[in-house]
Ligand binder design. Sequence first.
Ligand code: IPD
Ligand code: CA
Length: 265
Amino acid sequence: MTEPARLLELAVSAALTAGEFLLDARPADLVVATKSTPTDVVTQMDTAAERLISTAIRSSRPDDAMLGEEGQDAGASDGRRVRWIVDPIDGTVNYLYGLPQWSVSIAAEVSGVVVAGAVFDPSKGELFTAERGVGAWLNGVPISVSGCSELAQALVGTGFGYDAARRGRQAQVLTGVLPLVRDIRRLGAASLDLCWLACGRLDGYFERGLGVWDYSAAALIATQAGARVEGLHGRAPSGDLLVAGSGRLFPALHDLVAELGADRD
Ligand code: IPD
Ligand code: CA
């Protein structure tokens, strides 16, 4: 077995364990604390799931670095070759409200390159996986992006940050996108937006302000399924902006969001 395949196996097992825990043990009285703004929430289940994932990974790979959204572990890789990037619940607001669009997202990076990714959607029993250079799968079946090449025909996902001023700007950008596309979806979990793009349920996606834990695993899944996932003008995707689409749709969506200044607050 190759190293990426072994890392993927561990990512899958940790994601399934955490996802089943989150689904089965969700208490009626979720305790909500806020992070960057009053709408940026974290529950006791986010921290418990991140601890579960960290324990599962560390029990077989104690020397790896780990970056988790809820800060269970330090983000620095300190020269270590393998780093895990973990979002224990992507779509925490959906989880809080009992909406079924949330995931557990785990990526494994070797020397700064993501080589394996697992995104588990427990509510629907859907496990998205990818191994760099090998492929992308939904429950073990290969997936690929839609063939959409026209903006006017494209169903485009997006998301909004937690900061009010940023949201105001994102709403302005949307007024420039909405009239030109088939429609917009704001589903509430960036990792699943990218996985849904990977299997053709969305044609395009863009968002400003994502954390690496939101997109690392799913960006690999989308690229292995045939998407381009980038920042503006050939840059790598980042918190500034992430734009994604099939090879045929990407240039038009990229140019539109670049012109609208979607990378600025
Ligand atoms: C959020 C979700 C959401 C996106 C936000 C993210 P969280 O992650 O992915 O769809 O629009 O930008 O922060 O906070 O639920 O883990
Ligand atoms: Ca997230």
